[in-house]
Design a protein around this ligand. Structure first.
Ligand SMILES: [Zn+2]
Length: 289
């Protein structure tokens, strides 16, 4: 897995600049795995971005689609930015030279093109900031370093808790049909996120009656929303029913699929129903070739 990379968005409500971590690279499994909730994991595929987030400043729930992305200059690498020199210019130049190790000529060039970004070892940035301020200069500081900004300039966007998806949906999403599609997307995402801890194989399945109320409600609502015209959607619906241990409904959903292109999966479901197994499981494994 490659390290995540930050990107920046502006909160549509409070205008705060927020950081979002973008994951790159894929799983370490190397092959392909199909889970009973329809999630496929394949090598080199990054997890899809979440549909909703929470602003780290004003706490509003935000649709990913509605987020205004900012350009790359909004980064939070540790640095001091000199905006304007103060009255004690010699002191300022001296401080920059000590912090950065730059020669006089290079420092004067830097000063001639403001705003100037000053990068230096972390333990020197704090004293630099202090001296520049004392010299009357206008400065900004970014990132986290001793003597740096008390609060990071950027707050992180926070992941929504599963119960908070309702708040996202209450935020409105246009026409009824679009709204329904969005609701299905969001509830599927919330449902797969609650399945996530069980994909590793370490975590024992928790039966539906022990789920938090919001998770039970989400699954029940998802079951209502999914239609059965498309066999893959019917399988999602059957999986929700199976996890909720609504065995008869699950059987009624997969039985018509025995004649179609998803007959193999329908048979797997029937076996799971017969054995009264509600837990998330892997249906297909294709190892790395
Ligand atoms: Zn906000």
């Amino acid at each position: 897995m490659m390290p995540p990379r930050p990107a920046y968005v502006a909160c549509p409500r409070c205008q705060a600049v927020l950081r979002i971590w973008q994951h790159r690279g894929g799983n370490t499994f190397g092959g392909f795995r199909l889970w009973s909730d329809g999630l496929t994991e394949s090598a080199g595929l990054a997890p899809s971005p979440l549909r909703g987030w929470r602003c780290g400043v004003c706490e509003v729930a935000l649709w990913t689609d509605d987020l205004p992305w900012l350009d790359a200059r909004f980064d939070d690498r540790e640095r001091v930015v000199l905006l304007k020199a103060g009255s004690r210019r010699i002191e300022m130049i001296q401080a920059i030279r000590i912090a950065t190790g730059l020669g006089l000529k290079a420092t004067l060039e830097l000063e001639a093109q403001l705003p100037a970004e000053i990068h230096a070892p972390l333990d020197r940035l704090g004293p630099l900031l202090e001296t520049l301020r004392a010299s009357g200069a206008e400065v900004e500081a970014y990132g986290t370093f001793p003597g740096g900004p008390a609060r990071p300039v950027f707050q992180d966007l926070r992941e929504l808790a599963i119960g908070d998806y309702d708040e996202l949906l209450a935020g409105g999403a246009g026409a009824d049909s679009a709204r329904r599609e969005r609701e299905i997307d969001v509830r599927l995402e919330a449902w797969r996120r609650r399945n996530a801890p069980f994909r590793g194989g370490d975590e024992a399945w928790i039966r539906h009656f022990a789920w938090p109320e919001a998770e039970q409600a989400n699954a029940a609502r998802l079951f209502e929303l999914l239609d059965v015209e498309d066999p893959d959607t019917a399988l999602f619906k059957a999986e929700v029913a199976r996890q909720l241990e609504r065995w008869d409904e699950c059987r009624d959903l997969v039985t018509p699929l025995l004649d179609g292109p998803r007959q193999q999966r329908a048979r797997q479901f029937l076996e799971l129903i017969r054995d009264r197994r509600p837990e998330l499981c892997v249906l297909v494994v294709q190892p790395r070739r």
